[in-house]
Design a protein around this ligand. Structure first.
Ligand SMILES: NC(=O)c1ccc[n+]([C@@H]2O[C@H](COP(=O)([O-])OP(=O)(O)OC[C@H]3O[C@@H](n4cnc5c(N)ncnc54)[C@H](OP(=O)(O)O)[C@@H]3O)[C@@H](O)[C@H]2O)c1
Length: 331
């Protein structure tokens, strides 16, 4: 029987239990995947705590994106046993989810990965880059030469956004919570990086842009970081609201939007899966092209075997990880 981390009561990661689970459900409609690597996303913490917008019924297996090998697939799904794939999975009962050895995904949520892409990279490739692409291109309509400010630039979402903005011909400024993380932002392609735990980023952004401010601000942090962003957004600039890792959901002041001619744009990538799956497929093609051209490459700063999931989740919660955190399974 496969092993899995199971949420039976909501709360902190230490509430998770490592259990044997029944792997078998009907393979008639779903692709069965032997997981080799499984992403740990910040939103997993929220889901385990019961504070995320998607609230699975208990008990469930956390984790939303995996990479591995197909074990079984519906005949006309386009997949066959042995295919190397990545997949996004839902958390339904004890046969889906990511923090486990075997999972099941809808064929539409499964994507073949190139031979040169490792399973660890595959598990880190999808959600952050899709989110970055939709945020920067679909929502903010980023133009070459514009200035993009990426907050939390050393995190999973942040490292992907820096690479994508650079690949789109933008100038990138990033913020991060330590000197080491700021250095990582530069490594990812930012031309300036600010340690915002020591220095107010507003002055640095104005200095780097001759006082104009950033055209696009990509914000997975929220709270005070969002508030300060409104002080350095350019004329006709766009602030993309991506998440609230700071723990505070900020409020946009309509009078300030009016006075300064800027926009605040919400981004919920998961909604595109429901409303516009064709856009996801187009985005996936674009992302693989950028990967093949060497313009984007997932930065996985922390890896641990599946049995160490709780420690890895706690490291994400306490800002100790960089880039993407990934669990390895049977490797
Ligand atoms: N909108 C969407 O569709 C979408 C899709 C995917 C993810 N998200 C959201 O994006 C956010 C980032 O996700 P992620 O997986 O990239 O997380 P991550 O890898 O943990 O990165 C988040 C970054 O937030 C910063 N941060 C600032 N204050 C923090 C605090 N109090 N606690 C923890 N981190 C803090 C940390 O950087 P510093 O230490 O450098 O400040 C950290 O590197 C999450 O809120 C997630 O839910 C949204």
């Amino acid at each position: 029987m496969p092993k899995a981390w199971v949420v039976r009561e909501l709360g902190t990661p230490d509430k998770l239990r490592f259990e044997n689970v029944e792997a078998g459900i009907s393979g008639d409609e779903l692709v069965r995947i032997r997981i080799r690597a499984s992403a740990v996303n910040f939103f997993d913490l929220l889901q385990i705590a019961g504070t995320y917008q998607v609230k699975p019924d208990l008990p469930f297996i956390p984790g939303a994106e995996v990479a591995g090998e197909v074990e079984a697939a519906p005949p006309d799904s386009g997949f066959k046993p042995g295919d190397r794939v990545l997949a996004t999975v839902t958390q339904e009962g004890l046969h889906n989810g990511g923090y486990t050895e075997v999972t099941h995904a809808h064929p539409d949520a499964v994507v073949k990965i190139p031979d040169v892409m490792s399973f660890v990279e595959g598990a880190a490739f999808f959600i952050n880059y899709q989110t970055g692409w939709f945020g920067l291109h679909r929502r903010a309509k980023l133009q070459p030469g514009e200035v993009v400010l990426v907050h939390g630039g050393a995190g999973g979402v942040g490292t992907a956004a820096i690479q994508l903005a650079k690949a789109a011909g933008a100038r990138v400024i990033a913020t991060a919570g330590s000197d080491a993380k700021a250095a990582l932002c530069l490594q990812m392609g930012a031309e300036h990086a600010v340690n915002y735990s020591e220095e107010d980023f507003v002055g640095a952004v104005k200095q780097a842009t001759d006082g104009k401010g950033a055209d696009v601000i990509y914000d997975p942090v929220g709270g005070d970081v969002f508030d300060r962003s409104t002080k350095c957004v350019a004329f006709e600039g766009r602030i993309v609201v991506v998440g609230f890792t700071s723990g505070r959901v900020p409020t946009a002041a309509a009078n300030h939007l009016l006075i300064k001619n800027y926009s605040v744009l919400g981004l919920h990538w998961g909604l595109y899966r429901q409303r516009a799956p064709q856009l996801i497929r187009e985005c996936t093609e674009n992302l693989f092209e950028l990967y093949a051209a060497g313009k984007i490459r997932p930065y996985v700063g922390n890896q641990a075997p599946l049995q160490d999931a709780v420690a890895l989740l706690e490291a994400v919660a306490s800002r100790q990880t960089t880039g993407k955190a990934v669990l390895t399974v049977g490797q």
